[in-house]
Design a protein around this ligand. Sequence first.
Ligand SMILES: Nc1nc2c(ncn2[C@@H]2O[C@H](COP(=O)(O)OP(=O)(O)OP(=O)(O)O)[C@@H](O)[C@H]2O)c(=O)[nH]1
Ligand SMILES: [Zn+2]
Length: 296
Amino acid sequence: MQQLQKENRIMKGIGGFYYVQTPSGPVECRAKGIFRKRGISPLAGDLVRLESEGGGTVIADILPRKNFFVRPPVANLDLLFVVAATVEPAPNFLVLDKMCAIALDKGVTPVLVATKTDLASADSFSQVYARSGIEVLLAGQDEDAALARMRELIAGRLCAFTGNSGVGKSTLLNRLLPGLRQETAGISKKLGRGRHTTREVELFEAFGGLVADTPGFSSLDMERANVILKENLQFCFPEFEPLLNQCRFTGCSHRREKDCAVRRAVEQGLIHPRRYENYLTMYENASAIKEWEQNG
Ligand SMILES: Nc1nc2c(ncn2[C@@H]2O[C@H](COP(=O)(O)OP(=O)(O)OP(=O)(O)O)[C@@H](O)[C@H]2O)c(=O)[nH]1
Ligand SMILES: [Zn+2]
């Protein structure tokens, strides 16, 4: 099993105060002034070095980050549950593929969770992702196996949930962590503030890992900070990976080039056409954004 570092980790930040989990218990502290001068803000998920200052404790250093997200503000994410419903709302595979690609681009493992499987079949999910290298879990109303697998995946990792409004993220989180709401209220009370301020990311210890309560992840693909370079996009589709050195041309974009191993795999049914189509769309988007940025 993977081990989460038991060092000092920021669980939550609110109004300039940070709630840091340390091997000897939780500590509430501020950050040293140097961060503000450098324009760096400590984030939930950050591993930090603490120092004593003026009788209190301050964050003196942020250890190198594996990755970070701007909205919601969280660092060092290991795994992202991408939640999508079979119906109400109907799945948008382009959005799902974008979310998975953004995760992979940042070194985060995406796991798809299909909800409302009691209302409609999840066959489309199973088919589209069967050979994608992305794990799909079916979480209808009575699917305990999916919850068991989620607990297993959370162990040793920092995890978050994303998905469009109404797909069932809260329902899933409540089934997974029935105590979450009370805990949220408890911590807010302890800090004596925050219940009605802007939602900040808060990490919860669960099943040997950490789960982020991150309502804002639905806007993931809108972030400029999350733009994937078109050259890197091919690495964000795990099913392309074993083929990448088999294309005739080095630097093949897998669109119109001759003897492209990726296109051949699509024709042979080894890559799902929907995934390939979405790759092409994302490639065009990435090219457009780059030109726009250069001209702007
Ligand atoms: N039938 C069925 N309904 C579900 C399931 N999961 C969630 N729902 C319902 O779908 C609706 C939306 O669920 P939420 O959990 O609030 O969805 P959410 O993703 O948290 O939505 P936002 O808070 O808007 O982001 C609620 O009425 C739930 O009861 C499911 O597996 N089956
Ligand atoms: Zn190619």
